[in-house]
Design a protein around this ligand. Structure first.
Ligand SMILES: [Zn+2]
Length: 129
């Protein structure tokens, strides 16, 4: 195009050239504007996607966060301790208490308290109040 108008060399050609240049400028401007528009749209949708992703991750983080994990741990620790229990009477003071079945099978869970166990160990007899 540029070579063509240069070989023309006429006044018309000069004006045409300017007009064309102007037109091309406008086209470039339009293209640039469109490109920027899409770029801005892309950036906006990207930002929206990032915001949504952050929101989603924050949502999933809060229930399993450090604080809630600490809350869950004691429950998990309690569970192995809280096996099936039976109400039995203390070998020492006859007071009914809950003993774990697994402990009873091992020969444990005979006393309601450590003090009863200690009393039995030393006196080998029932506690008489
Ligand atoms: Zn007891």
């Amino acid at each position: 195009m540029a070579g063509n108008s240069a070989s023309g060399g006429s006044v018309m050609g000069y004006y045409q050239d300017v007009d064309e240049a102007y037109y091309i400028d406008e086209l470039v401007y339009e293209e640039e504007r469109e490109r920027l528009h899409y770029q801005r749209q892309e950036q906006a949708s990207f930002k929206r996607a990032v915001a949504a992703e952050v929101k989603r991750q924050l949502k999933t983080l809060t229930p399993t966060g450090v604080a809630s994990q600490q809350d869950q741990k004691p429950e998990k620790r309690k569970q192995p301790n809280s096996g099936k229990r039976v109400i039995v009477s203390c070998k020492c003071c006859d007071k009914p208490f809950k003993a774990r079945v697994s402990d009873r099978k091992r020969g444990w869970g005979r006393f309601c308290s450590k003090s009863c166990s200690a009393f039995w160990k030393t006196h080998r007899r029932k506690w008489v109040a």
